[in-house]
Ligand binder design. Structure first.
Ligand code: ADP
Ligand code: ASP
Ligand code: MG
Length: 470
């Protein structure tokens, strides 16, 4: 038996150009004394381009689909030309690009001819992003004298056949991952795998949903009982708010699995919402680090007892939410009403995020409103339905919030002029969640950050503050 490995996952922005690949190689070198497994996303913008190509082909525009993909293949070729020195490496990667070009062109024609189901073909198209980035990174790591070995992630992650957002099958995934990766680790190799992509039991290519490479890292980590899962991204760990809204958001040094799960679920893109569960099941620490500043500590996500309770850790928000209000003076209090209501959403596969009830009405929020018209038709049988579109959910997160007095007062005082459409606290003791109009979301998040983090700092002596780097 040997030491527990470390999983290092690099996101698309961490490999966006040749310099970024060099940074990744240096980060891997710094940890090469331990057993490592590297997971990598497609290079930034590549998945979007492949998806646009597939969509274009479905609309009959194969020419532009191929053209869009050519640009991305050229980016890979460019980086290979700068990074790979040995003729063998150059040749091998040129062949990989050629293969991808041929396959993508065939796929786009098949899509346009409508010969097979679209989601099935779309998954094969997008899989090329991670297949190419992982093959290229393995080559770059070898050029940096690291014993890297490309592994097709579809040989490890086994899922059901729900294309574009497949669910992993834990037992098979564990078995396949161990069978593929343990011999490499025993041979002192560093396996390099693309995230996000997987295969169903019958071997067809599936994907885990947008941002799914984090999830791959956690699944592989759980299968191999990893020492730690490191998520390397373009910001300094989990921040107190989305940095695109609050530029002076700061690093949260430590947070619990539950806090991280809520944060991811309520919109913080830094972690895929499903990432945490495999880590929790196996009690593996998740560390979020900045590939542009690897010396900084980032965020460590661990069990609740190891994270300081009773503080607001972060503010998450997500836009594009629809609120559905159902009023029924007759039926709400009756046995089975809520069951009938949720059964409708369940049947249409719509996830409900937040719920609040009164004596005569129920309000709930949904993010994916595509199937909403069909749902509303069914819900109307239960009562009068109204909807509010273009809403945002704001979520204040911190372990022990329910027992901490004064948080709600501070929150609502700071946005007292903004209309709140729904409030929910209590389902989990770690968040306070509410809905407002999407147009007020940025303003609200900025003000809340100021009230909960910036004013707090002014009032707290410097040595009592949450240290950014413990
Ligand atoms: P990667 O390509 O590494 O997977 P993502 O773009 O998926 O990176 O996630 C990182 C981005 O998440 C950051 O650039 C940032 O804009 C966004 N983000 C949103 N909320 C937060 C938050 N609370 N903390 C850190 N980053 C956040
Ligand atoms: N490449 C995939 C995406 O862009 C997966 C990921 O980056 O995690 O969604
Ligand atoms: Mg991501």
């Amino acid at each position: 038996m040997f030491d527990r490995p470390t999983i290092m996952k690099f996101g698309g922005t961490s490999i966006e150009d040749a310099d970024a690949f060099t940074r990744v190689a240096r980060i891997v070198q710094m940890q090469q004394d331990t057993l490592l497994i590297v997971i990598v996303s497609a290079m930034s913008r590549v998945t979007d381009a492949l998806l646009a190509g597939a969509q274009g082909a479905a609309e009959g525009d194969v020419y532009n689909a191929i053209k869009g993909v050519e640009e991305q293949l050229a980016r890979h070729a460019d980086i290979a030309a700068q990074q790979l020195k040995s003729t063998q490496e150059i040749h091998a990667f040129q062949e990989a690009i050629e293969r991808a070009r041929r396959e993508l062109s065939d796929l786009f024609h098949t899509i346009a001819a409508r010969l097979m189901p679209f989601p099935f073909l779309q998954d094969v198209v997008v899989s090329h992003g991670e297949r190419l980035s992982a093959a290229l990174l393995a080559g770059v790591l070898r050029e940096h004298e690291l014993p890297a070995s490309y592994v097709d992630a579809r040989r490890c992650i086994v899922t059901n056949d729900e294309h574009t957002r497949a669910t992993p099958l834990a037992k098979e995934t564990n078995q396949h991952t161990r069978k593929e990766l343990l011999p490499l680790l025993e041979a002192a190799q560093i396996p390099v795998l693309g995230g996000f992509i997987a295969a169903s039991r019958d071997g067809s290519t599936t994907t885990l949903g947008r941002g799914g490479s984090d999830y791959t890292a956690a699944l592989i980590g759980a299968a191999l009982d990893a020492r730690e899962i490191q998520i390397w991204t373009d910001v300094a760990g989990v921040l107190t708010a989305d940095p695109r809204v609050v530029p002076n958001a700061r690093t949260v040094p430590r947070m619990s699995y539950r806090e991280a799960a809520e944060l991811a679920y309520f919109g913080a893109k830094v972690l895929h919402p499903k990432t945490i569960q495999p880590a929790v099941d196996s009690s593996i620490h998740v560390r979020i680090c900045n590939s542009r500043a690897p010396e900084k500590a980032g965020t460590i996500v661990c069990a609740a007892t190891e994270a300081a309770p009773h503080t607001v850790k972060a503010i998450a928000h997500k836009t594009g939410v629809v609120l559905v209000h159902i009023t029924s003076t007759r039926r709400l209090g009756t046995h089975g009403f809520l069951h009938s209501l949720f059964e409708i959403f369940d049947r249409h596969k719509i996830v409900v995020d937040v719920v609040a009830t009164s004596e005569v009405s129920v309000s709930l929020s949904v993010e994916d409103s595509r199937a909403l018209p069909a749902v509303l038709k069914d819900v109307e049988a239960l009562g009068t339905v109204t909807i509010d579109e273009r809403q945002a959910i704001i979520c204040i997160i911190g372990e022990g919030l329910r027992e901490t007095p004064g948080v709600a007062a501070r929150v609502f005082n700071s946005i007292s002029d903004i209309n709140i459409a729904l409030i929910s606290q209590g389902a989990s003791s770690i968040n306070l969640t509410f809905a407002i109009a999407e147009s007020s979301a940025r303003e609200a998040v900025m003000r809340l950050h100021e009230a909960l983090f910036e004013q707090e700092d002014e009032a707290t002596p410097a040595n009592n503050r949450q240290a950014a780097h413990p």
